[in-house]
Ligand binder design. Structure first.
Ligand code: CMC
Length: 391
């Protein structure tokens, strides 16, 4: 009814009220439930942040230990899920496998769909938190043709995820505590980012009451694209291309500025941050630390740094307020950890899972109406049907 306001890309349209994440794009501020991202990245561990995002408060010791136990109790993935993953060719993109596996999980947990009470919601939440990292790790193991193992419940959430990804059959897996800490921090930085593309997708799918797992599966698909979570893979591919081309960053900056050329500087720019991305600041420092810890000298890091410097001095990028975003340096850390490029967006998904869950839960508890945008019709007026011989 009435006049419809057009806002392609929802640049100025608020889709909901939310008490989860505060973001000030001008000042470069990001807070989860009122806590600054800088402080959380330094002091909290990932599961504390998961609890905070979903339930609104930092857990006390008892709450955290119950939460961890509840997750461990649900960590086993149904054996038949292995058949599903084995049906994929080992060349399948891990994000495609992850979204399919998340959907397939519904078949083995049908009670997780209709969750109207908070208690049923909690059960579904714990289930997906427990099984999602296993599915994520399995996408890598499928790629490497390795046996699929369930989570080792003697280890923490992040440790067991690393082990599931990297343990070689018949060998003991040695955890590097510094890497665990670095990954924990990366996951915290990715955990929520208010109404971004994948989160809006999760809320809109969930608004039809399709269920948590179906909503998360849709979120994974939305995250996959190179303009969103897929940017971390695209950044490394771009840096490799620059390196293979001889390392001249100015040539690629010129390409990114050329409006005839579809090329964009991957890992640059953000819909909301117009001064700097606070996550990128923390990640840049972490990248230096992880590379030093591992003794890795990655020529790609040098290219990234010179590209960043050149772009920040260039009028085109300055005028448009284009700065490195969270994805610009995260791939360099994942690479140093030995994670293949195609898996980067899967890592992002594991980090973003709690945000998707928190936003879905807020939407359901708030009894938000079904998401259903309007449009401005610009097609033909009424036409008479043309018989096939006359077309
Ligand atoms: N390289 C070159 N030019 C750019 C870039 C870029 N990376 N980003 C934006 N611009 C230009 C764009 O061409 C436009 O110029 P003009 O005003 O002359 O037409 C202007 O800057 C504004 O860009 P926009 O496309 O209207 O901005 P948006 O808010 O719709 O898009 C974005 C935001 C993140 C999709 C975009 O900056 C982009 O494509 N960046 C590269 C991909 C990327 O790194 N994505 C990760 C985002 S952060 C994490 C996440 O969401 O997962």
């Amino acid at each position: 009814s009435g006049v419809i306001t057009l806002d392609p890309g929802f640049k100025n349209t608020g889709s909901c009220e939310s008490a989860i994440t505060f973001l000030d794009g001008e000042k470069g501020i990001l807070r989860y439930r009122g806590y600054s991202i800088e402080e959380l990245a330094e002091k909290a561990d990932f599961l504390e942040v998961v609890f905070l995002l979903i339930f609104g408060e930092l857990p006390n010791k008892d709450e955290l230990s119950k939460f961890k136990d509840d997750i461990k109790a649900q960590s086993e993935v149904n054996l038949d899920m292995k058949k599903v993953i084995k049906g994929f060719p080992s060349t399948a993109h891990p994000m495609g496998m992850l979204s399919s596996l998340t959907s397939a999980l519904i078949a083995f947990n049908p009670k997780s769909v209709n969750v109207d009470s908070e208690e049923d919601m909690y059960k579904a939440i714990v289930k997906i938190l427990a099984k999602f990292p296993t599915l994520a790790a399995w996408t890598l193991r499928r790629r490497n043709d390795q046996p699929l193992e369930n989570r080792d419940n003697n280890l923490g959430y992040v440790e067991s995820f690393l082990k599931m990804m990297f343990q070689k059959p018949g060998e003991e897996y040695k955890l590097n505590e510094k890497l665990v800490a670095a990954l924990d921090r990366l996951l915290i930085l990715h955990a929520d980012h208010e109404q971004n593309c994948s989160t809006s997708t999760v809320r809109i799918v969930g608004s039809s009451q399709a269920g948590l797992f179906a909503s998360i599966s849709a979120g994974v698909s939305a995250l996959w694209g190179p303009l969103h979570g897929g940017a971390n893979q695209a950044v490394i591919e771009m840096l490799e291309e620059i390196k293979a081309d001889g390392g001249d960053t100015s040539k690629f900056i010129a390409k990114a500025k050329d409006k005839e050329d579809p090329f964009r500087l991957m890992g640059f720019g953000h819909r909301v941050y117009k001064n700097f991305d606070p996550r990128a600041k923390i990640i840049k420092k972490a990248a230096d630390e992880v590379l030093a810890e591992l003794g890795v000298e990655d020529p790609i890091l040098d290219i990234a740094k010179s590209l960043e410097k050149a772009a920040l001095e260039d009028e085109y990028f300055v005028e448009r307020k284009l700065y490195p975003n969270v994805d610009f340096y995260s791939g360099i850390i994942y690479r140093a950890m030995g994670i293949p490029t195609e898996m980067f967006t899967v890592m992002f998904a594991v980090g973003r899972l709690p945000g998707w869950i928190a936003q879905w839960r807020e939407m359901r508890l708030g009894k938000e109406p079904i998401g259903r945008p309007r449009q401005v019709y610009i097609g033909e007026g009424l036409r008479g049907f043309k018989e096939i011989d006359n077309r």
